[in-house]
Write a new protein. Structure first.
Length: 141
């Protein structure tokens, strides 16, 4: 009798690295309850059926933070398997257009500089996003 190994569900997530005119990046802190509660993250969420990645990111950011953004170029795609979940994070640079970020579906939102990101605790999959942002900023200089 073979043991069946449970395969964790796979979710495709659109993630926004939102910058303001001061080149700060918007991060939010997950609600305390639930998996990875209390950790900081780049905002985003699951793609709905029939939705493009760009539509997903815009919708999620509006639902979670109450702001309008412009979705820009692709930064990185991260495949990560946690014990309970397999995620594909498709990350895009985004620009804040209008609205004041509100913590509608999170505990807290904060604008931070790139070099401040290491002061916050992020889920494991987000570490590659931070590394890609650092690498890109070095290339820009």
């Amino acid at each position: 009798m073979s043991e069946s190994i449970a395969v964790p569900p796979h979710k495709i997530i659109g993630v926004a690295v939102i910058r303001n005119d001061q080149e700060q990046i918007l991060i939010d802190r997950r609600l305390q309850k639930g998996v990875m509660g209390g950790l900081w993250e780049f905002p985003g969420g699951k793609i709905e059926p029939g939705e493009t990645l760009e539509e997903c990111i815009k919708r999620e950011i509006y639902e979670e933070l109450g702001i309008d953004i412009e979705v820009g170029e692709h930064l990185i795609t991260v495949e990560h398997v946690y014990t309970h979940l397999h995620v594909t994070l498709t990350v895009h640079h985004c620009r804040h257009i209008t609205g004041v970020p509100q913590p509608l579906e999170c505990d807290e939102v904060r604008w931070v500089n790139l070099d401040e990101l290491e002061q916050f605790s992020f889920p494991e999959a987000n570490i590659q996003i931070i590394a890609a942002l650092r690498e890109r900023s070095v290339k820009r200089v």
